[in-house]
Design a protein around this ligand. Structure first.
Ligand code: C2E
Ligand code: MG
Ligand code: MG
Ligand code: MG
Length: 276
């Protein structure tokens, strides 16, 4: 009876919070199990040039839960960041991506790996990544790290140092979700980058506008700063045609390919004629 009352009170005052907290706890426990039971999988989404050849891929994590099935990253990455589990998960992503490159020399393109803000902020991020790279015995020039604006804005001086170090090793750096964060052009100017990834929200506008002004500006900024631009979330032929008109060089999106498991991705690249 008392238990019922307690529960009732909770439900009256903060039902949503209660649910959120228990959902978070569930996921946290689940993530620890997922790490020890190998429930994560890397999917690969191909990236294409204007000639529609595969020039690279982005690795995207999936959690294949034994009972709940596939859990998308937006449901667990934020919680992994809050709990610190992102460090182990992030290491797993890097290690798995590097192993992919080591084991598939016929993939000559670039492999993009997402790095979370917390992971990037770790003082040992670069040395620990280098240890994994030398373990895998791979060519670093095939690696791109994707960082977000929130990752690079935490400590701008430290970020510039770290990014310069990473680039001096021959690893490329992409700024992910460009246009959605708060970074000003003044920051952008000082960031050692190779690639700008324009967020899908700007690509969506191409459906109703053949030259959206913000998209055009972002492409122009990328061009003038000597950065390669990747359009994310290209879903239609119309969007692609308009992006080509605007001289965008690289595309990623469902129009070309969805993120797929490794075996399927290997089939996809083997179907292609060799790219030089
Ligand atoms: P992101 O890095 O910006 O990745 C692009 C997201 O857009 C992916 O979602 C991809 O599946 C989706 N996408 C690509 N093309 C299309 C399209 O044409 N239409 C639509 N509707 N969506 C498209 P996903 O795989 O669910 O990942 C979401 C986010 O989770 C990623 O955004 C990234 O921030 C994070 N994430 C994924 N994998 C990792 C990882 O290994 N480590 C870290 N730290 N974060 C990751
Ligand atoms: Mg990304
Ligand atoms: Mg993105
Ligand atoms: Mg995103």
């Amino acid at each position: 009876k008392a238990k019922q009352n307690n529960r009732g009170r909770f439900l009256i005052y903060q039902p949503q919070m209660d649910e959120e907290v228990s959902e978070k706890l569930n996921i946290t426990t689940g993530l620890r199990q997922a790490l020890s039971n190998n429930e994560f999988e890397l999917y690969y989404q191909a990236q294409y040039n204007q000639a529609e050849q595969i020039v690279g891929a982005e690795a995207l994590i999936r959690w294949i839960h034994p009972e709940k099935g596939m859990i998308p990253p937006f449901k667990f990455i934020p919680i992994a960041e809050e709990t610190g589990l992102i460090n182990q998960i992030g290491d797993w992503v890097l290690k798995t991506g590097f192993e992919f490159l080591a084991n598939n020399p016929n993939f000559r393109g670039n492999l993009s790996l997402n790095v979370s803000a917390w992971q990037f902020a770790r003082p040992d991020f670069v040395p620990s990544m280098l240890a994994m790279i030398s373990e895998a015995q791979i060519d670093v020039t095939q690696i791109t790290l994707e960082v977000t604006e929130s990752a690079v804005l935490t400590d701008i001086t430290e970020t510039i140092k770290k990014l310069s170090e990473i680039r001096s090793l021959g690893i490329k750096v992409a700024l992910d979700d460009f246009g959605t964060g708060y970074s000003s052009l003044a920051y952008l100017k000082n960031l050692p980058l190779d690639i700008l990834k324009i967020d899908k929200t700007f690509i969506d506008e191409l459906e109703t506008n053949d030259r959206p002004p913000l998209l055009e500006s972002m492409l122009s900024i990328g061009h003038h700063m000597g950065l390669k631009v990747v359009a994310e979330g290209v879903e239609t032929q119309l969007q692609l045609a308009r992006l080509i008109q605007m001289k965008c060089p690289v595309f990623q999106g469902y129009y070309f390919a969805k993120p797929v498991p490794k075996a399927e991705f290997l089939t996809l690249i083997n179907q292609e004629k060799a790219i030089s």
